[in-house]
Design a binder for this molecule. Structure first.
Ligand SMILES: Nc1ncnc2c1ncn2[C@@H]1O[C@H](COP(=O)(O)OP(=O)(O)OP(=O)(O)O)[C@@H](O)[C@H]1O
Ligand SMILES: [Mg+2]
Length: 414
């Protein structure tokens, strides 16, 4: 029986190149971790109407009852750990008491993808403030206070709503969306837990990935009073002539595979490739293979299901988004040569070995020979890593914390 104490919100969508949002569905949040999502009749009769989530919430069904954390793109539109820490502080709640309703119950101009959530249709034209580059120094200082669990001074505390706004995107690292050079970027801040200059290492690794044939967004490293900030341009936003931004729908790897936070360990590269093969973009299937190989080569063991994203096209097909968050895990003496990836690789489960990846080449539409050729070319490029890292000013000390010795790790292995 439906719970009559349900709380309500209205989901809005930014249709392609529109700076004004359109109401798309009514959301009812029930106590038992359930959301009823009902497309509005008006929206369904709109000639441009598309599903907000073609996998989990297709528009051909009027009402979807979403349960047990399987909220698809609704969950993708909500913040992860960092944004939740801020929101809990803002709402004066414990982070454990935050509900999916809390995560989706305020308009926010920085959410990933093209959805927003408001409590009245009258708020149609409302556009919340974006954090500007000029505010970055203070936002960094505020984030550091929060990470250190110190009470920020009053002038910084006043910026909490803006940082909450900027941090509605996912991830655990302190960060904010920032308006810079008339474009929208994610600024990833240094964290007190960093073992190396994350900005430099992430920048250099992503550049190396791009040399290995992986698509990446524009990136910069910006020094703000000695703090290195990694800027990566948002691929789900495009500048419009009126100075606002168009948006593209986004669905995470987690939602692509109909998984939830609890079941995410069932995710795998193979399962993502199998879904991608239904769409008319064979290059995406090949690129996913390259990303799997690159993550193994650079020992990025944080390749979890939310570190893959897909952009929803106007015809509801899905394209692999440009890559993000490819960061090697620090290496310690005595560590196993072969890494354990966060998701399934091949016939030997999560084992991060090139042979394990090769065992499933066919799913990525490669013969063994073709896959070997891809891997060998990538290894050849990867072997130039020191030049790439030096030109990004990664220090020798930081380079020593990586396990990029291809010869030792893979020399005789494939
Ligand atoms: N360039 C981008 N454009 C649009 N969205 C992005 C971009 N980069 C990352 N994202 C989104 O923001 C989220 C957080 O980014 P990212 O994964 O880089 O942060 P993180 O804090 O390092 O994550 P993690 O908790 O996995 O370590 C991603 O899951 C993705 O949904
Ligand atoms: Mg991430």
């Amino acid at each position: 029986m439906l719970d009559i104490t349900a709380k309500e919100q209205i989901a809005f969508i930014y249709l392609k190149n529109r700076s004004v949002a359109t109401p798309v569905a009514d959301l009812e949040f029930f106590d038992r971790d359930e959301i009823a999502c009902t497309y509005s009749n008006e929206y369904r009769s709109n000639a441009d109407a598309v599903s907000i989530d073609p996998i989990n919430i297709p528009i051909n069904i009027n009402t979807h009852l979403l349960k047990n954390g399987h909220f698809g793109v609704l969950r993708d539109s909500a913040p992860d750990l960092w944004g939740q820490i801020l929101l809990a502080k803002f709402l004066d709640k414990s982070i454990r008491d935050l509900t999916i309703y809390d995560l989706l119950s305020s308009e926010n101009s920085c959410r990933i993808g093209n959805l927003d959530f408001r409590n009245s249709e009258d708020m149609e034209g409302r556009e919340a403030q974006l954090p500007y580059f000029a505010e970055l120094e203070q936002l960094l200082a505020l984030a550091e206070h929060i990470e250190r669990e110190q009470e920020p001074p009053k002038d910084l505390d006043a910026l909490l709503p803006l940082l909450v706004q900027g941090s509605s995107i996912g991830g655990a690292r302190p960060k904010s969306t920032i308006l810079y050079k008339d474009r929208l970027w994610i600024a990833k801040f240094p964290s007190i837990d960093d073992e190396f200059s994350n900005a430099r290492v992430e920048f250099a690794t992503m550049r190396l990935a791009s040399l290995c044939g992986i698509r990446i967004p524009d990136m910069e490293i910006i020094d703000i009073n000695g703090k290195e900030v990694f800027f990566i341009e948002r691929f789900d936003r495009n500048p419009l002539p009126d100075g606002t931004f168009g948006r593209t729908g986004y669905i995470s790897g987690l939602s692509l595979l109909k998984l939830s936070d609890e079941t995410q360990h069932y995710g795998s590269y193979v399962a993502m490739a199998e879904v991608l093969r239904h769409y008319p973009y064979p290059d995406d299937v090949n690129e996913l293979f390259k990303r799997m190989i690159f993550n193994i080569l650079c020992r990025n063991t944080d390749d979890h299901m939310r570190n893959f994203g897909y952009l929803i096209q106007e015809d509801e097909t899905l394209r692999l988004s440009p890559a993000f968050d490819i960061v090697p895990s620090p290496y310690y003496a005595g560590m196993e040569r072969v890494s354990k990836q966060a998701i399934g690789v091949g016939k030997k489960g999560k084992e991060g070995s090139l042979n394990n990846a090769l065992s499933v080449a066919a799913t990525f539409t490669y013969s063994r020979e073709e896959a070997l050729d891809v891997i060998h070319k990538m290894i050849e490029t990867f072997s130039q890593w020191k030049e790439v890292f030096s030109s990004a000013d990664v220090t020798e000390e930081d380079m020593d914390k990586l396990d990029f010795d291809i010869e030792r790790r893979w020399g005789d292995k494939v």
